[in-house]
Design a protein around this ligand. Structure first.
Ligand code: BES
Ligand code: ZN
Length: 646
């Protein structure tokens, strides 16, 4: 049993029920029972008793760095089911009652020592059911200050520097550290929330706002949200801070701190066009609004597809919309991932690979075929490099990941880039028109439901292959999804996409001829990235200095470009880049940039390791727990090690 119940919390327990909701039909999504659908990272037993709706009533406590209040769960129990099992991670439970306020017995189990990230099960004894197999369970609780889904920022970690900030990151299995529910992507739930925060902070969530906030006691305001589409619970997300809103279009807008708002709004100015493109390609946008929030720099990802409210890193702002593939990507999840979702983390490609493909199609529509082909070529080069590094028969190159793979390790090239290449290949074999029609139908038929690899393949076979043995052979479907390496039928990117840049790469490798500065400036961000990614592994200080002098690499306003420059410089022990790396690593918290730069320093050994340690001592406190966990491993720090105060 976890320690002390918090007395005050039990008083709150009866205060909120989902009954205050306007009556509406809630569609309850099925639970898949096939072997592929099984999620080994939940304690829930949804076939016995499952959560169908979550109603949160929470206070944001910035001093205590915790949320506290209640979660009221609608539960559907099978005949004779006695127990409801929830996921939790570090939650402090004050008490559990039924919808009428009667106490229910519960236990909090031990964490599985072999799988600590799974957290601990909460097992609740269900009373007599209050309706036809449906009842409510009210949990009074608080999150732990170290809850991994929540990052509580001090004012100095924000752009404005005056107010605290908090944001959540649920994917993969972090939401159980602030929401006691069945935290598995195959157990979809509708939700609503009432969240209070001290003035003047504004709360936003990944659902539709119920209107203006209400003044409540102690200078606090209450914000209400609702999500009537049932979603995988990792998509419940929250952010609060001194944020303002700028409209982008009729369906879209952006939240950010006032200091960042204008640049943010300018950068996402293409959003309506992106939405139109997605709708034109793959059918209705079913979430009402598409808003975004640009978070403080410690947000560990580029973006997160929280429905109605994509979360974005501020580091994508380049002043010229050149990193807008990120918005296209998160928007594309409105179909793949959010509408149709993997049931198990092992099918990561169903979310991320399909999304990367759709991202590319949206890019093509809005920015043209040349840019889209360049983006595919960058992705394909990453895939080839990954396969080269691991070997073509490594299980790490399979799209459906091996049993036991951490849900956090489902964000690599085998998922995104091989998934994209797979769909590009199917598209080229069956023809674009037929493939688009099929994909649209897939989303329609499985809207708001979980799916698996085998369902995807079965549907392709039923609708497109239709028993045609020759077509079946040409597609190599099983080899793509379950096999390793890159199947022989792969649709490669057009080599012409980067013809000019690749010629410059070769010229540089052969004769160290640096592209002309004007030519370089005329290149797209994708072209600049290609050139930097293809630089020789080993370069001398003189070569690096000459390149920087000629192309002003260290002055680039595009963080993707700056990152590649710093990576090349650090792996070659280029001392003059160290101050800039230090500045970059203090300003940028995105794991995709931070971890590889520490890795580059660390891999040099004697030269870079003291530099890495020195920088990390200064920056570690500002990073998200996810980023910190990764860099801790690189620099050999244990998580208990004393970190500089946040
Ligand atoms: N859903 C992912 C982020 C994620 C994946 C979080 C797995 C936790 C576990 C998001 O949509 C994503 O892919 N972000 C990328 C964007 C890029 C591919 C354009 C990122 O953050 O880099
Ligand atoms: Zn994604």
């Amino acid at each position: 049993m976890r320690k002390s119940a918090i007395a005050v919390l039990t008083l709150l327990a009866a205060a909120c029920t989902a009954d205050d909701l306007p009556e509406q039909e809630r569609v309850i999504a099925p639970i898949l029972t096939s072997e592929q659908a099984f999620d080994e990272f939940t304690y829930a037993k949804p076939l016995e008793a499952r959560v169908t709706h979550v109603a949160l009533d929470l206070d944001l406590d910035f001093e205590g760095k915790r949320v506290d209040g209640t979660a009221t769960l609608d539960v559907q129990a099978a005949e004779g089911a006695r127990e409801l099992v929830l996921d939790s991670n570090g939650l402090m439970v004050g008490g559990v009652t039924d919808g009428q306020g009667n106490a229910l017995e519960y236990t909090i189990g031990e964490a599985d020592p072999g799988n600590a990230e799974k957290g601990e099960p909460i097992t609740i004894q269900l009373g007599q059911s209050t309706g036809p197999n449906l009842q409510q369970v009210v949990i009074a609780y608080a999150s732990a200050p170290e809850a991994e889904a929540l990052q509580w920022l001090e004012p100095e970690q924000t752009a404005g520097g005056r107010y605290p900030f908090v944001f959540s990151q649920g994917q993969a299995i972090l939401n159980r550290s602030w929401i006691p529910t069945q935290d598995s992507p195959g157990i979809r739930q509708t939700w609503e929330a009432r969240i209070t925060a001290p003035e003047p902070l504004t709360v936003v969530m990944s659902g539709i706002s119920r209107g203006d906030p209400e003044e409540v006691e102690n200078g606090r305001r209450a914000f209400e949200f609702v999500m009537d589409n049932s979603v995988p619970p990792y998509l419940i997300a929250l952010a609060a801070g001194n944020i303002e809103f700028a409209e982008v279009g009729p369906r879209s807008g952006v939240w950010a701190e006032p200091e960042t708002l204008q640049a943010a709004a300018e950068e996402v100015g293409d959003t309506e066009e992106l939405i139109d493109a997605g709708v034109g390609l793959f059918g209705e946008y079913r979430w009402g609004r598409y808003d975004m929030i640009v978070l403080p720099p410690s947000f560990p990802y580029g973006g997160m597809e929280n429905p109605t409210l994509t979360f974005l890193t501020p580091t994508f702002i380049a002043g010229d919309r050149s990193n807008n593939g990120l918005v296209a990507h998160e928007l594309a999840h409105s179909w793949s991932g959010n509408l149709v979702t993997y049931s198990s983390w092992r099918d990561g490609w169903l979310n991320e690979g399909v999304t990367s493909y759709i991202e590319n199609r949206i890019s093509e529509q809005v920015y043209g075929a040349d840019r889209a082909e360049q983006e595919y070529a960058l992705s394909f080069a990453d895939l080839e490099a990954m396969v080269e590094e691991n070997g073509a028969d490594s299980p790490l190159t399979a799209m459906r990941t091996p049993e036991g793979t951490s849900p956090f390790d489902t964000a690599g090239e085998a998922i995104y880039d091989k998934g994209t290449a797979f769909l590009k290949t199917v598209e080229s074999v069956v023809g674009r028109e037929a493939f688009d029609a099929w994909l649209t139908k897939w989303f329609d038929e499985h809207a708001f439901q979980p799916a698996t690899s085998e369902m995807f393949l079965a549907s392709l076979r039923e609708d497109l292959v239709k028993g045609d043995a020759e077509l079946e052979e040409r597609l190599m479907l099983d080899e793509w999804v379950y096999g390793t390496g890159i199947p022989a039928n792969v649709k490669r990117p057009d080599p012409a996409a980067f013809a000019e840049v690749d010629a410059a790469v070769t010229a540089y490798a052969d004769t160290q001829a640096i592209p002309d500065a004007a030519e370089w400036r005329g290149w797209t961000a994708a072209e600049q990235r290609r050139f930097l990614a293809e630089l020789p592994e080993e370069m001398s200080a003189d070569q690096l200095a000459a390149l920087d002098r000629a192309l002003s690499l260290s002055q680039s306003g595009n963080n993707e470009v700056l990152f590649l420059w710093l990576q090349a410089a650090l792996r070659n022990e280029y001392e003059p880049a160290v101050p800039q790396a230090r500045e970059f690593l203090a300003r940028v918290g995105r794991n995709k940039f931070v971890s590889p730069l520490f890795q580059a320093l660390w891999d040099t050994g004697e030269w870079g390791q003291p530099i890495a340690t020195g920088i990390y001592d200064e920056t570690r406190g500002g990073y998200h727990s996810m980023t910190r966990g990764n860099v801790d491993k690189i620099v050999g720090r244990t998580s208990e090690a004393e970190a500089p105060a946040q």
